[in-house]
Design a protein around this ligand. Sequence first.
Ligand code: NAD
Length: 379
Amino acid sequence: MGQAHSRSYARIPMLFPERPADPRLVICADNLEARGLEAVRSFGFAESTTDPARAIEHPDVDVVVVAAPNMLHEELCVAAAGAGKHVFCEKPVGGTPDQTARVEKAARDAGVITGVGYNYRWAPLVIYARQLIEAGALGEITNYRGRFFSMYGSDPLGLLSWRFEHDGAGYGVSSDILSHAMDLAMMLNGPITEVTGLAETFIEQRPLPKPGEGTHYDRGEPGDPTGPVTNEDYAGCFARFDNGSIGNFESSRSIVGPQSQMAFEVYGTKGSIMWNLETMNEMKVFLTDANDHLHDGYTTVYAGDRYPYHGAFVPGDANAIGFEDLKVIEDLNYLEAVVSGRQHQPGFAEALDYVSVQSALIRSWSSGGWEKVQSVRIA
Ligand SMILES: NC(=O)c1ccc[n+]([C@@H]2O[C@H](COP(=O)([O-])OP(=O)(O)OC[C@H]3O[C@@H](n4cnc5c(N)ncnc54)[C@H](O)[C@@H]3O)[C@@H](O)[C@H]2O)c1
């Protein structure tokens, strides 16, 4: 993700002539020296360090982008906010809801502008979905289905990277990918008021990684020494929204088949829409007002320069854009917020909205019942 944000800031001037300022990549901090040096050699950073404090305190740095493993986020974000720097943190900000709450409080107290990496909000067709819902094209929303199914942890020989350990990641898929699905749900369909769910760890041991090498996409060999997985592979739940509609969510990192199925379906009294990251340049739309032949079924809408931001990347209809283009749109919007001095959305306040739901979900894992969502915001 650090690489993705670096490429994204480098591309903003080439893609958006109307940008409010030109970002400069001042200093990259990574505990592995070689990665910092590579950031200088290949990504255009002026310098690198193995000490994040040096990057945070650097006088030329206005904005700190935190893209380290989740359990390091609190320390880095609190230090950055304390130094008066604006902070963009990768989702879900903290590895645990309590950590996210403490980070949000520190940034609020410091008055800095925050951002969080819920990048699927920025897909042009997701923005269009939001416009359709806000315009009432779907009627009254009755139910919402959200899921994030990924295969990144489906191979039992996949290494025990930080994502599979509570000490490195905090919670498992509920922090890592369910957060994306529920953040989108709340953006599209409003607050969630109660949840009941369950979690499971299907692959309990994984080969140990070599320190300082590899990612969660690398694999070990049969017979390699293993260690225990200490957070969940699967999390799912039913939910009630404040607007009276019902939600149903699932996320898994160990499922076989769906490769990056970050998807939603929104059903209303006058229509419905379906979107899936795997085919992010398409959306299925069914609108009764627009369709005299109700049994014709869904219409496929192809992304193109008629939709927000798309034309900055490629002109015309149905010419596709990709995952990292969403990071550019995200970083452009954050840059605009910082330059104009207004709070950005999604910022740490929206991260808090998700972890408040996550906190209720975690309670339901042990109570087995419905749990009310209570804000974990620290006064
Ligand atoms: N928004 C998205 O779609 C998305 C996708 C992937 C990851 N993420 C988030 O991005 C963050 C990073 O995930 P990733 O997949 O890039 O992880 P990664 O393991 O590939 O990269 C983490 C980097 O942090 C460095 N690091 C580790 N400890 C450090 C320390 N003490 N000080 C400085 N640097 C340190 C590592 O050397 C590595 O370069 C996570 O919070 C994750 O949830 C978001």
